[in-house]
Ligand binder design. Structure first.
Ligand code: ATP
Length: 334
């Protein structure tokens, strides 16, 4: 089946063509994306949506051309239905509806967060993993259980990446903070005790941030040591809850996704934990980890293959800015 995927949850607009007759990541024939950016790094939803409106036809053309597929060959259109910024979601949905009407192709809405999980599984050739999602805004431990992707633990305040970026801002070392803190941490020599906040399966970073701020502003601590200690404490926290999820769920694969998963020290610590419990640790390739339309096309395809009822009529197609990962009934995972 030839599937068109459309991604438009936030700053990235993407169009991808996949061919489900091909195995693994080879099913991705094209995966085109373009990102709305601003000087200060924030996002104005309506401006992003206008940007998407202007580029959507061009990106579709590029995706078809690169895949060497004609629009008439498309057999299913999958669009990012949730969660995200309403004006951006609306542009993607309307693009999908317009094409589905014109070419009389079935339509399916896909949860963007679940698409990250599914493409992660495909990329790592993993069957039943625990996911550790550590991006700017998100910190969640997720796994499939009893018909849903369930969130077993999450941050009680800020995402791990945002926490690191906040300390980097305090220490005036620029944005994004993750890679810079990592560089400084390599030069750190002394472990400074910091608040370590794990509550059951959840984590919290605001106490550690306040403590780091006080220590930095006191002028009594070396910044390299603070960066080193931040990494040792914060990564140990998320690895502790991931290990507990692996143990409780009796699973033996851990997939880390999100920008912070590219950190070398985090990966080293995760490798050690997984090795000690005979589990495998994976980080998917960069191309599929960032927001992209191939993950939407792929997830739409496996959902539709499992149950055509996941499809929607053009009249009933909608978008759901606040849909959570565990709101979706997962009937495609056996
Ligand atoms: P979300 O997807 O949750 O809305 P986002 O798009 O900002 O957030 P990502 O792009 O997945 O998230 O990740 C960005 C975060 O990853 C930033 O906080 C950045 O500091 C962090 N990061 C990037 N590289 C590294 C690194 N090498 N070490 C630690 N953190 C890193």
């Amino acid at each position: 089946m030839i599937v068109l995927g459309i991604e438009s949850t936030a700053h990235t607009y993407g169009c991808s063509i996949i061919d489900t007759s091909k195995k693994k990541l080879a099913c991705i024939l094209s995966n085109i994306k373009q990102t709305y950016t601003t000087d200060k790094g924030g996002i104005i939803p309506i401006d992003a949506a206008n940007y998407h409106k202007e580029i959507k036809n061009k990106l579709l053309e590029q995706a078809l051309q690169e895949a060497n597929v004609k629009i008439q060959d498309i057999e299913l259109i999958a669009y990012s239905q949730a969660p995200g910024l309403a004006p951006c979601l609306k542009i993607g949905m309307e693009h999908a509806k317009e094409l589905a009407t014109k070419y009389k192709v079935p339509l399916i809405g896909v949860n963007h967060c679940i698409a990250h999980l599914e493409i992660g599984k495909l990329s790592c050739e993993s069957k039943d993993p625990v996911f550790l999602f550590i991006s700017g805004a998100n910190t969640q431990v997720i796994s499939y259980a009893a018909g849903k992707y369930r969130i077993f633990g999450e941050t009680l305040d800020m995402g791990l990446g945002n926490f690191i970026d906040s300390f980097a801002r305090i220490a005036k070392i620029g944005f994004p903070g993750g890679p810079k803190i990592s560089e400084l941490a390599e030069k750190g020599k002394h472990l400074i005790e910091l608040p370590y906040s794990v509550k059951g399966m959840d984590v919290a970073f605001s106490g550690m941030l306040t403590n780091l701020k006080q220590k930095y502003e006191s002028g009594k601590y070396n910044l390299n040591d603070l960066a080193y200690s931040l990494q040792e404490h914060a990564y140990a926290m998320v690895i502790e809850v991931s290990e507990r999820a692996l143990a409780h769920l009796k699973k033996n694969e851990l997939i880390a996704i999100g920008g912070v998963a590219s950190n070398n020290r985090f990966r080293e610590m995760a490798e050690i934990m997984c090795k000690e419990r005979n589990a495998k640790f994976y980080v998917p390739g960069k191309d599929v980890v960032v927001d992209n339309a191939a993950m939407i096309a792929y997830t739409g395809a496996i959902m539709y293959k499992a149950d055509k009822k996941y499809g929607t009529s053009i009249k009933n197609a909608d978008f759901l800015p606040y849909q959570r990962t565990d709101d979706v009934n997962v009937r495609w995972v056996k």
